[in-house]
Write a protein that binds this ligand. Structure first.
Ligand code: ATP
Ligand code: MG
Length: 199
């Protein structure tokens, strides 16, 4: 049985926070692979977000050196709304004999009841929620207990070395001409400059 972690996100842009999360989960759970899935419909409304293609390319650049990291374009191939539930169902049909877990930060997992069909989603996939700075650990514990109870799902909390990095902050830095060096891979930084993203 192959064991694969799914790391969903807008990755607008991908940064070292994402990569540390993926690598920690890969090692701690002894997974075979982590698939990064850039979201098809970025929720940013301010209009300064990058296109799917740019986010996809940046995710490929960032994960290039790790042979256990792969990137999926599933959420752009599927026209219309890209719900995590549909994406996971598709992964299930594409990979035989594979067990999946979905990886999120604690900021995302507390919002799980508002996702599309959360009960169904938790039925087909285990969730791993990793610590993220700025999110109170005790609040998260209570919230996860509540979700486990209401939705009957399997959610594990994992403490990892925390990096206070967000794509929102990185976009702001590029917009304002402030250095984001060392917060994201150099290749991604160069791609952003070369293609004039987030200006
Ligand atoms: P934005 O500021 O645009 O929301 P983000 O930095 O939160 O960007 P996302 O693409 O929204 O990045 O996040 C994808 C997943 O990675 C989410 O589950 C999120 O919780 C997690 N994540 C992002 N950054 C970190 C971090 N620094 N530490 C732990 N988890 C993180
Ligand atoms: Mg986010």
């Amino acid at each position: 049985m192959k064991r694969v972690g799914i790391m969903g996100g807008t990755f607008d842009p991908i940064h070292l926070g994402h990569l540390v999360v993926a690598n920690e989960v890969l090692n701690i759970y002894g997974l075979d692979e982590i698939v990064f899935v850039p979201a098809g419909n970025p929720p940013h409304k301010c209009g300064m977000g990058a296109s799917f293609v740019d986010r996809y390319v940046m995710t490929c650049l960032a994960t290039l050196s790790n042979n256990k990291f792969t990137v999926s374009d599933i959420e752009i191939k599927n026209k219309g709304k890209s719900y995590t539930l549909n994406t996971l169902k598709e992964f299930h049909s594409m990979y035989a004999d594979t067990e999946f877990c979905f990886i999120t930060g604690t900021d995302a997992v507390i919002n799980l009841p508002n996702w599309h069909e959360p009960k169904e989603l938790l039925k087909i996939c285990k969730f791993i929620a990793v610590s993220r700075p700025g999110i109170d650990k005790e609040d998260v514990k209570l919230k996860i207990e509540e979700i486990r109870r209401d939705l009957n799902g399997h959610i594990e909390m994992l403490q990892i070395p925390m990096l206070d990095i967000s794509s929102t902050d990185i976009r702001e830095r590029f917009k304002n001409g402030i250095s984001a060096k060392y917060l994201l891979p150099e290749s991604v930084e160069q791609y952003i400059f070369k293609n004039n993203l987030y200006r």
